[in-house]
Design a protein. Sequence first.
Length: 386
Amino acid sequence: MDDDIVIVGGGQSKFGKRKGLGIRELAFEAVSDLMNDFNMGIEDIDASVIGIAGEEFSGQGAPAAVVVDEIGMVGKPTIRVESACATGSAGIKTAYGWIKAGFYDTVMVVGVEKMTSVSSARATELMARAGDVRWESPYGCSFPGYYAIMASAHMKEYGTTKEMLSSVGVKAHHYGSLNPKAHIQKEVSLEEAVNSIPIAYPLNLYDCSLISDGAAAVVLTKASLAKKYTDSPVRIKGVGSGSDTMEIAHRKSLTSLSGAKEAARRAYKMAGVTAKDIDVAEVHDCFTIAEIIATEDLGFFEPGQGGPAALDGQTYIGGKIPINVDGGLKSKGHPLGATGVSQANEIRNQLLGKSYNRQVEGAKIGLSHNVGQSGQFVNVMIYDRV
Ligand SMILES: CC(C)(COP(=O)(O)OP(=O)(O)OC[C@H]1O[C@@H](n2cnc3c(N)ncnc32)[C@H](O)[C@@H]1OP(=O)(O)O)[C@@H](O)C(=O)NCCC(=O)NCCS
């Protein structure tokens, strides 16, 4: 128990098109939210880990340094981490390792991204460079393209339909409409989602996550010190990671992410639980097909059953496994570096019973699944109350 690593505080900025705000201000907003949440000051924190996926969005080289300045952590040890869209969870894992290694007792992780300072076309190009720049992105493959390939393969292999894909987007927008920090807070019907504009066949607008600005922050410490800060620490009970080939042409399967399966296997083993024990999950729904594949890779549904389960409402609150009940990347938004930290915050709130009108009643064990690129970096974490 004393060796356990726990989260003792969390905060998040509003996600969205945050005109006039850069990475400094977004990070400050998240850290201010965190400071309101628990009984500590910035002086109690020994070190920081700053997750920022891309510096070309903000134009600032070494962008972590300006964040450290703004949040009042100058002079203390810090590092920038980057694992594409899995940057936030890579930050949490780094902090976890630092505390376990005995470097520091209490570490703050801040994930932040400012994406809307550039046009969608430019953002698409910058993100596409996280795919292989030798054989893929120069020939037109961008992220909607990668996931469109996976969606087509899933449809061919398992009979997954466009309605099944769209139902994931409908659920995301339903829960996003209940989340005041979500980028888009509006309900969408299945008909609207199925008929929304095509982006990369078979993915339409309501199959795609948002290009967002935002930040999120958490503080990790040892369980033995947690009482100083909170009566309700949330333990990180399992951490697992995996990876995959850079070129998707080299993959054995296009209907699952081998790195995600490996990450899940490791996290379940470390936590001593199985998929059946999870009460609520945050999964990386950068595209609707990604959520369907995630629910299969994590063992919530058999391969090929993720689509029918989504259409049947099994991933809503009250279904077999509530997924992304904060709106997910699709409706809450996907500011790359912030996403994994925001997922941890949502699970923490769920386990503390603080998710209000989106609460999964009695949730005791939660899971987050954060994917970088098209599966090259994956971190799965499992949480409970101590
Ligand atoms: C789908 C996508 C291309 C749309 O971008 P766009 O055409 O430039 O859209 P705009 O920013 O001009 O917004 C136009 C409208 O659509 C809405 N919109 C934009 N993206 C949306 C999305 N993904 N889902 C729902 N609505 C969206 C905007 O809110 C805006 O609505 P408004 O006119 O009522 O304000 C963009 O959202 C995208 O690329 N998403 C994927 C991001 C990605 O790949 N992330 C990495 C994952 S690994």
